[in-house]
Design a protein around this ligand. Structure first.
Ligand code: SAH
Length: 360
């Protein structure tokens, strides 16, 4: 028998990938669709339980393939029903995913990289630096694990955990195809959202390739300020980013770009900046999501006051832009936006237990 290292992890393959893999074993392509369904719809990882495959094919699969899901090492439920899972990918790398329940939604916020290379000045993931890209298996594995842990289906997925999804393009796009496949997670294009800091060439590529909702971390109405907050702006400034986002919508009247805007006290929250923002987004079908800044140790920023956030929001609403303020969820377990870090990596299991969750 071959060792685990040499086996193909089938979580890396979308429908087409599984069909070709199975054909490569000399069986018919439809078996690939069955395998997709077993893994993602029924949560089955054991080939012996895939009863509509021939005995011969099951034996072959056992020899050359496996379904290896990330290991949950820590599960922390918050008071509001949010869950944060710490997943171990290998002995050096851990990531976090966050489940956010709402009355008629079950949303999973997933990571696309271990750490992040973009260095946004208000984000705690940035402080940890960049370690590596996730594979498709590790991205889709987060959905597999969440549904397994919860015993229910997810309705929405947002790439708003650790990492910049467009800096890990191919594995992310393959994972979104599995999310949207009717034989897997069956999520529509309105229910899978990629959040990006604005890597323009990758965004243009995504326009050609993929059908997902787009959220962009704007955070500032001018290049001068955005250069400081989101340094990738120095490479792809607003005059490139905004048209690329508009083109992403391809004239589909039902779609809008969601602009994320973190509220930083005295930095980006003045009335003048609200006006600049309105002018900047003129002509682009937009929704704005104001995110109260979530502080973390060592940060130089503070969150704008609730009154300031509301005044800022009112200005945008008056100009006709749909604007919401994000409710902070799971902040008692450091599961809120920008608080996901690999911090736990260095902590012992005993310490984790003291953090109030369940250590596996
Ligand atoms: N790299 C992607 C995903 C990042 S996380 C992106 O840049 O969009 C998702 C959102 O959380 C982004 O809008 C990010 O800017 C925001 N965020 C990061 N740190 C934050 C913090 N400390 N408080 C509030 N929001 C934060």
């Amino acid at each position: 028998m071959q060792s685990t290292e040499q086996k193909v992890n089938l979580l890396n393959l979308d429908r087409q990938g599984l069909e070709s893999f199975i054909e490569g074993l000399g069986a018919k392509a439809f078996n690939g669709r069955n395998v997709l369904k077993w893994i993602h719809k029924h949560g089955v990882t054991d080939f012996d339980a895939m009863t509509d495959l021939s005995k011969k094919l099951r034996e072959q699969l056992k020899q050359v393939a496996e379904v290896r899901v990330p290991e949950v090492v820590f599960d922390q439920p918050a008071l509001d029903g949010t869950h944060k899972w710490v997943l171990e990918l290998d002995c050096n790398n851990r990531i976090e995913s966050v489940y956010i329940p709402e009355p008629n939604r079950a949303t999973l916020c997933i990571s696309s990289q271990v750490g992040c290379a973009l260095d946004c000045s208000f984000c705690s993931t940035a402080q940890q630096g960049f370690n590596r890209n996730l594979t498709t298996a590790e991205i889709i594995g987060q959905l597999w694990v969440a549904e397994h842990e919860l015993g229910k289906r997810l309705t929405n997925v947002v790439f708003m955990g650790m990492g910049e999804p467009l800096a890990n393009f191919d594995p992310v796009v393959t994972a979104t195809r599995i999310m949207q496949d009717d034989l897997a997670y069956m999520l529509s294009k309105y229910r899978v959202t990629i959040s990006t800091s604005g890597i323009v060439p990758a965004l243009r590529q995504l326009t050609e390739l993929s059908e997902v909702s787009l959220a962009v971390s704007l955070h500032a109405p001018t290049n001068e300020l955005r250069d400081q907050l989101v340094p990738i702006n120095q490479k792809y400034p607003l005059e490139q980013l905004i048209p690329a986002c508009r083109e992403y919508l391809r004239g589909d009247k039902r779609r809008k770009v969601t602009w994320e805007y973190v509220m930083l006290d005295g930095i980006n929250d003045s009335d003048k900046q609200a006006k600049q923002l309105i002018r900047l987004l003129e002509g682009t079908p937009s929704k704005i999501n104001l995110i109260p800044f979530n502080p973390f140790p060592g940060t130089r920023y503070q969150c704008s006051s609730p009154e300031r956030i509301d005044a800022f929001r009112q200005r945008l609403v008056k100009s006709g832009i749909v604007t919401t303020t994000r409710k902070t969820r799971g902040d008692d377990i450091d599961a809120a936006c920008g608080q996901l870090v690999g911090r736990v990596k260095d902590r012992s299991r005993r310490e984790l237990k003291h953090a109030g969750g369940v250590v596996r």
